[in-house]
Design a protein around this ligand. Structure first.
Ligand code: SAH
Length: 399
């Protein structure tokens, strides 16, 4: 059967030839025949040169998501090969991990599909119509490859509505426990099934938890935006003298306290329900002739993305600057600031500019000692800039 072709306008092919999978609707000159949403189409440049095949959706701004550079059947064999390759990459780069992101959409050449492995439970997200329509095929392949006790979908992302998809949180295979138990770097986390952020945990920080914890032995640590205590618990286990962790979500704080207990950490780690902005403002407020005494050796800042879109960047930058300024005021000389930014719209350069501006206002000089990125189960494809979003730095306060 011949495929309908999406013919590109002149000048629109280069990005795609370089490896980006998204064909925007406004870069298509015309379709050569009928195509239903979710169908496979081929993409050609304005000179009829073949570029690739992918899933079509007339309702989405991303009208075609290219999945292969050759004409391919998107059958079980295709998904098996792609998912097995993604798994092999994790085994190479995270050989010890038992919970990790198996498939990270564009990073694994499967635009529209995320699969997270929480021990023997798999959580699936399908954010494109073409992928969503093939969910049951994908589930069969996942069963064969992983023999999981359960596969659940966590399809409550806002982005689905841009594809004309509704929320859906079904059990796709097996029996789902109330909570998943997840092992990260030898620590045990418990995540409510169907609850929590992302698909349950911030797997993208797995490598950074361990890296930051090595800096904290014997120190006084403040973990801001702690969620289930990923950083805080790793630091406490690595021998931090005292860890204070802050999150505004009472549910997260309660769950984090429970997780600490399960891991046998009963002293030296305290969770507070607080708005970090208010908390830092209060702790850095000084009277007319009062001097602030810095109290922390290590401060971790891992806020949510304050920018859902480009328009929100300016406000986000003010927020980032404010928390850095106040955190730096609370850090001892020689202390360490470990700070992360998960917004794709704020790149590493801009992020560091904000930190430096905050340092200037706080009258401190920083030495950068570490750079962090997303864990290797969230691979970065430079030809697809959207695959890079998490960046972090550790700085020492020189003076
Ligand atoms: N560091 C965490 C992830 C942080 S996600 C980890 O590695 O798991 C961001 C967290 O910030 C969420 O738990 C959210 O509840 C919390 N949050 C968002 N805005 C906040 C604010 N103004 N004050 C305190 N917590 C906030």
């Amino acid at each position: 059967m011949s495929l309908t072709t999406a013919l590109l306008k002149p000048g629109e092919a280069d990005r795609l030839v370089a490896g980006h999978p998204w064909v925007y609707s406004n870069s298509i000159a015309r379709l050569t025949g009928p195509a239903n949403d979710g169908d496979v189409v081929q993409v050609k440049d304005h000179r009829q040169r073949f570029i690739g095949v992918g899933f079509y959706n007339s309702r989405s701004k991303i009208a075609v998501r290219i999945l292969d550079r050759e004409r391919t059947d998107f059958d079980a064999g295709f998904f098996r090969e792609r998912i097995a390759a993604a798994l092999a990459l994790r085994r190479r780069h995270l050989p010890e991990a038992t919970s990790f992101r198996v498939v990270n959409a564009e990073s694994d050449f499967l635009s529209g599909l995320i699969v997270d492995k929480y021990e023997d439970v798999l959580v699936v997200q399908t954010s494109s119509l073409g992928m969503d329509k093939r969910k049951h095929l994908i589930v069969r392949v996942l069963q064969d490859l992983f023999h999981p006790t359960a596969i659940v979908e966590r399809n409550d992302m806002a982005s689905r509505k841009f594809e004309g998809l509704h929320e859906s949180n079904e059990v796709l295979h097996g029996q789902v426990p109330d909570h998943f138990t997840v092992r990260l770097n030898g620590l045990t986390f418990s995540v409510p099934a169907g609850g929590g952020h992302k698909t349950g945990l911030y797997l993208d920080q797995q490598a950074n938890y361990a890296a930051v914890a090595t800096l904290t032995k014997g120190t006084e640590v403040l973990d801001c935006f702690s969620y289930l205590g990923g950083f805080a618990l790793h630091c406490a286990k690595a021998g931090a003298k005292n860890v204070t962790a802050l999150d505004q979500s009472e549910d997260a704080v309660n769950a984090a306290r429970e997780i600490a207990k399960v891991n046998g950490v009963t002293t030296g780690l305290s969770y507070e329900t607080a708005n970090v902005f208010d908390w830092l403002r209060e702790k850095t407020a000084t009277g007319p002739s009062e001097r602030l005494i810095p109290r922390y050796d290590v401060i971790i800042l891992d806020p949510p993305s304050f920018t859902r879109n480009r328009a929100a960047v300016e406000g986000a930058l003010r927020g980032y600057k404010e928390i850095h300024l106040r955190a730096l005021k609370l850090l001892k000389t020689g202390g360490i600031l470990a700070t992360f930014c998960c917004s794709h719209h704020v790149d590493a350069r801009l992020f560091e500019d904000i930190i430096v501006a905050a340092a200037t206002d706080a009258h401190v000089l920083l030495r950068r000692t570490r750079t962090f990125s997303q864990s290797p189960d969230h691979p970065i494809i430079p030809a697809i800039p959207e695959t890079e979003y998490l960046k972090g730095f550790a700085y020492e306060v020189v003076r």
